[in-house]
Design a protein around this ligand. Sequence first.
Ligand code: GCU
Length: 304
Amino acid sequence: LAQTVLKMGDNQAKTNVAGQTDDVFAKLVADKSGGRIKIEVYHNAQLGEETEMIQQIQYGSLDLAQVSLSPLVEFEGSLNVLQMPYLYRNADHFWKVMSGTIGDQFLASMSGSGIVGLAWVDGGARSFYTIKKPIKQIGDLKGLKIRVQQSSLMLGMVKAMGAVPVALPYADVYSALQSGVIDGAENNYPSYVDSSHYEVAKNYTDDHHTMVPDLIIMSAKKLASLPKADQDLIRECAKLAQKDHHVRWQEASAKAEKTARDAGSSIIVLDDITDFQKAVQPLYDDPSIGGAYKPWVEKIRAVK
Ligand code: GCU
């Protein structure tokens, strides 16, 4: 039987909950195709960081990747609204949107960029963490250099909150924290721990400013070159991996939070995030950002 070998990259450790999802996906595809389709997964940004992988997917020199929505927005602008700060009420609301018809519509709308979106990978909420000054109120962010993902909306968000954004690929953040080039960063608990950022930046403020999912993406050229039945099989397995990941996510996140606490991180729980929400309101009022996405913002907020 002819074998199709596909290459897939991510920037997570093999032990990270999202990294594991790529292995789950590869195994599903292998099993369901009776070993005919083989996905070779390369973790830890071995094939490049996210922006490089997205470019390779576009050119067709890489078949599959798992990347964050934030850098993907620079290639597929339609996804930007999904990472607006404080858009979702809570994790359940977020996941209802992503796993429902709205999420499906956004995956399907990724056309023309050469990139096919196959599935969402839950990333929970992202929150700030700092080396020295703990963030207890919005004013504490003033002047701090905070790493953000390579995304103009995230640069704008951190600026609106009074801090100085520094865009860096994920793999460069640890040394930037260690050398003091930045004062802090922001991420979900599993990433905070698996990247070892928690060893250096010990103040974690649970402000949940964004819920940014990852996506399993594929080169449109490559997908179209496969027989229809194989395309369907790959799409189905990605959706199964999406579900499997969501089931594992909550536990992985709680476990990472505990690891951070046990290692001496202090977790700052904010009773009131109104000032944080107020600070980002200009993004919603900006006609080219929130203004342009208003119908979607309303549709998303209406999901109960
Ligand atoms: C999370 C996300 C990654 C992303 C990273 C980042 O870990 O899952 O895809 O690269 O955040 O902050 O860059």
